[in-house]
Design a protein around this ligand. Structure first.
Ligand code: CTP
Length: 402
């Protein structure tokens, strides 16, 4: 969806420049063609080589004499761009753009731009609050530049206040929204489950699985950037909550069941990426289980409810239900059985024995198996790209609903 979108990313001289590396990487991984332009001061904080490696594109550093893939760089980088983002933006560049000064490559690009320009300031709290900076920000808004407010918190200079560079994830989200105006999921509510549930044995121990939650979180982030109204019900993970979504944390399969079954009727598309424990210890101990030198510990397990099967029973014809299957053998046969038993529209099946597939990996190798028997074999892909393909399939199914 975003392949072929062109973003010119300006980096100016702020310590937050190192965080822009993460932003460039996130954009690049999503398929955006990122072209970085660094001011002289920006290059004092991070080297062009860092951005070149992350974006796989030449990094532009000067108006004159520097090598470039483009005939007239300041015009090409302005005119080819779907969006120009300046992140981080110093007080200096705010002042220059607000007053029409174009004395280096980045400011001349901005002057030649006809696409939206997003500016993300980052600086010391007193510099940010300075009336000249505030007047420049007001002037930039009048001139239709898009401004992301600086955050409030601890600043690299040791002070506390407004001036923090917005989190790269938030800037990423904002850029994606700006360059994908189609918002093909706008108006569609999506419920996603993620993570591996934890089933307590005693107050300090639990039984769980290897799920990292990465696939479910990638789905939530991707659906939100495409305009969906996203709710993510997640068992514990180490992942940051994607911005712009409703987040419901749970721990056990029983908690996930309560959270999901209650709200399920409100959703158009439901994707159950969570690795839900099939069994839980039948009698979790109130106190910590002590070791007994002579005896082994025998734990009795009882079955958890299959949440997907429960919601499959109450699914309406206008709802799309997508399940996951982690298999080690008989992948297709087993997936087809699950489609029938759980009343699914689509199952995302992965052979977790393959390298690069399944739990706790950044990549996945999956087959999309439809109710009508159609199978789409996807190659090894980044989980964010897999998420995009699953959402494409779910959207098509949603459009075919009565
Ligand atoms: N699932 C669920 N509730 C459970 C167990 C699984 O909702 N108690 C969902 C998972 O979120 C996933 C799908 O069922 O979408 C498949 O999970 P998987 O463990 O692969 O298959 P199972 O149906 O549990 O069958 P088996 O373990 O026997 O393969």
């Amino acid at each position: 969806m975003l392949a072929g979108k062109f973003v010119t990313l300006g980096i100016t001289g702020s310590i937050a420049a190192f965080k822009a590396a993460n932003l460039a990487s996130l954009l690049s991984k999503t398929g955006v063609d990122v072209h970085v332009v660094m001011t002289d001061a920006g290059q004092k904080f991070v080297t062009p080589l860092t951005f070149q490696a992350l974006t796989k594109n030449h990094v532009h550093t000067g108006s004159f004499g520097a090598p470039s893939d483009f005939h007239i760089p300041h015009i090409a980088l302005a005119q080819k761009a779907d969006l120009i983002a300046i992140a981080p933006a110093t007080a200096d560049i705010l002042g220059k753009i607000a007053h029409g000064i174009a004395d280096d490559l980045l400011t001349t690009i901005v002057m030649a731009a006809t696409c939206p320009v997003l500016i993300c300031p980052a600086m010391n709290v007193h510099m940010y609050n300075n009336s000249a900076t505030q007047a420049n920000l007001a002037r930039l808004k009048e001139l239709n530049y898009l401004i992301m407010e600086a955050g409030t918190g601890y600043l690299a200079c040791g002070e506390h206040g407004q001036g923090r560079f917005p989190e790269p994830e938030l800037i990423y989200q904002q850029i994606i929204q700006l360059i994908s105006p189609a918002g093909d999921f706008r108006g569609i509510s999506v419920l996603i489950t993620a993570g591996g549930t934890r089933e307590p044995l005693d107050p300090v121990r639990f039984i769980s699985n290897r799920s990292s939650g990465k696939m479910g979180f990638a789905l939530a982030r991707s659906a939100a950037t495409r305009g969906a109204d996203v709710t993510l019900v997640s068992a514990p993970t180490n992942l940051p909550t994607p911005p712009g979504i409703r987040f419901i944390p749970v721990e056990t399969a029983a908690e996930m069941q309560c959270a999901v079954v209650d709200i399920f009727p409100n959703f158009d598309v439901v994707i159950k990426a969570a690795a839900v424990a099939d069994f839980r210890p039948a009698k979790p101990s109130k106190n910590k289980i002590k070791k007994d030198k002579d005896k082994n510990l025998v734990i009795e397990f009882e079955k958890n409810t299959d949440i997907l099967m429960e919601i499959g029973k109450i699914k309406k014809p206008n709802q799309v239900l997508v399940g996951f299957a982690a298999e080690t053998e008989n992948m297709i046969e087993s997936a087809c059985q699950k489609i029938e038993q759980k009343n699914l529209d689509l199952i995302v099946s992965n052979d977790i024995t393959l390298p690069g597939a399944g739990f706790d990996s950044d990549t996945n190798i999956v087959k999309l198996i439809y109710r009508n028997g159609e199978i789409i074999d996807l190659p090894l892909m980044d989980k964010l790209d897999v998420a995009g393909r699953i959402l494409d399939a779910a959207l098509l199914l949603h459009r075919q609903c009565p």
